[in-house]
Design a protein around this ligand. Structure first.
Ligand code: UDP
Length: 449
């Protein structure tokens, strides 16, 4: 049986889709990845998969940050429809010759066009949710709230108030803000991204130990099977999915550091920071006196090519105590003995990767789901502390000490280690995520019976 996977072409979405492909391949399915021109995966890293191309007409140099994603999403959903239809039709036509019945299509919810193509061709479709269940629950309420604040936006004075039914979130933590006017077509797009459409199941990169209650709540409403088989990276052999070249020299530098002494700092693949914030981060890191490994992706600092905007003399001042790289092998970094904490933007993959290693977090969300994740990490799961705005060197220094060394942060460090045990149990034979993967395998097989 063949399963066709359609990822959205950003790092945080491609990685879990390829990992899912690898899991399903190990269960005996043939895997086809239908990918856009933008950010294609490297086929030589996945010799067992077949790849088909979906021309997206985005142009060769598009490298979007979060704020220019909208035309990318709309363009891909428009232009990739026909090519996917063509590829799937051919696969169905040739399935006897090729020895693989197309069992289903699994797509990222941002590739919402897939739903209608699959429906037209009568192929069952499943959605892979690459974010937290907490985020989906929040977005569904958030979109409803837009109706209420459509004509009179929420006054800014209410931003710190808690949102009912969404404890512990405050209005300022909502992914789609209510205090600014959002065009109706964006709200409609948000609806498309949270609906199940005609999908027959949801697959989650999360685990019941963390989000069981929210998952049950969501499933009751959606009334389709849910398969929570996270963290994906713990259920697949090591897989290279990076779109940016990793600087592996940081592993040698980490080897020279002492146990749990290093703060790893990364803001993921999409976020950007004002240079003023970067100066505060640099000063806070220097003042904390903890060793650190800081990923500054080219383009992370707004208006700057790379690290020109760091305070003058910063690198000389920190000397061997700190290392800056453009992109790190993050999963290896987080499992290194020297890492004591992770200052993260709270992207969902980063959280799964950190929490499954028992690494506590300093949470500085930048946008969207990251705000929700940060609040759950700090107020519900209690494996991190929140760095709220405004970002200043003193609060940074204090947070680093608290999470890494102070007595005050002991509980967070212990909770993070407990969480590591839970993940370990969940991915073992007989553990929840492992069992759920087997159930997903049976479910997909049943679709062609
Ligand atoms: N990542 C990496 N090296 C880095 C920074 C990030 O390999 O230096 C990977 C990280 O392991 C994760 C992904 O990039 O799998 C980022 O996904 P996430 O959901 O955390 O955030 P996003 O980039 O989507 O905002």
């Amino acid at each position: 049986m063949r399963v066709v996977l359609v990822p959205f072409p950003l790092q945080g979405h491609i990685t879990p889709m390829l990992q899912l492909g690898s899991m399903l391949h190990s269960k005996g399915f043939s895997i086809t990845i239908a990918h856009t021109d933008h950010n294609p995966p490297n086929p030589s890293n996945h010799p067992n998969f077949t790849f088909v191309n979906l021309p997206d007409q985005l142009g060769p140099n598009s490298n979007p940050t979060f704020h220019d994603l909208l035309p990318v999403i709309l363009g891909i959903n428009n232009y990739c429809r026909e090519p996917l239809h063509k590829h799937l039709s051919e696969m169905i036509e040739n399935q006897e010759r090729d020895g693989g019945v197309v069992a289903c299509v699994i797509h990222d919810p941002i590739m919402y066009f897939v739903d209608s193509v699959a429906k037209q061709l009568q192929i069952p479709s499943l959605i892979l949710r690459t974010t937290s269940a907490a985020y989906l629950k929040t977005m569904r309420i958030n979109v409803e709230l837009h109706q209420e604040y459509k004509y009179t936006p929420l006054p800014e004075s209410r931003l710190l108030e808690k949102v009912s039914n969404l404890e512990p979130l405050r209005f300022k933590d909502l992914p789609s803000p209510l205090h600014v006017r959002i065009p109706e077509f964006i709200i409609q797009l948000q609806r498309d991204l949270i609906n199940k459409g005609s999908s027959v199941a949801f697959i989650w990169n999360t685990l019941d130990d963390l989000e069981g209650l929210i998952l049950s709540e969501l499933q009751e409403k959606d009334n389709i099977p849910f398969f929570s088989i996270g963290p994906f990276h713990k259920l697949v052999p090591k897989l290279s999915t990076t779109l940016i070249e990793e600087d592996k020299t940081c592993m040698e530098w980490l080897d020279k550091q002492s146990l749990k002494s290093v703060l790893y700092v990364s803001f993921g693949s999409l976020a950007t920071l004002e240079s003023k914030a970067v100066v505060e981060i640099a000063r806070g890191l220097a003042q904390s006196e903890q060793p650190f490994l800081w990923v500054i992706r080219p383009g992370l600092i707004k208006g700057s090519k790379w690290i020109e905007d760091l305070p003058e003399g910063f690198q000389e001042e920190i000397g061997q105590r700190g290392l800056i790289v453009k992109w790190a092998p993050q999963r290896d970094v987080l499992s290194h003995f020297a890492i004591g904490a992770f200052w993260s933007h709270c992207g969902w993959n980063s959280i799964m990767e950190s929490a499954s290693q028992g690494v506590p977090l300093i949470c500085k969300p930048c946008f969207s789901d990251q705000r929700v994740n940060a609040m759950f990490l700090t107020h519900v799961w209690k494996i991190g502390i929140l760095l709220d705005d405004p970002l200043d060197r003193e609060s940074i220094e204090k947070s680093i000490r608290r999470v890494m060394v102070d007595e005050e942060g002991k509980e967070i460090r212990e909770n993070a280690m407990d969480f590591k045990q839970k993940v370990h149990a969940s991915v073992q034979q007989g553990g929840d995520s492992n069992k759920c993967l087997n159930e997903l395998t049976d479910f997909i097989a049943s679709l062609v019976m």
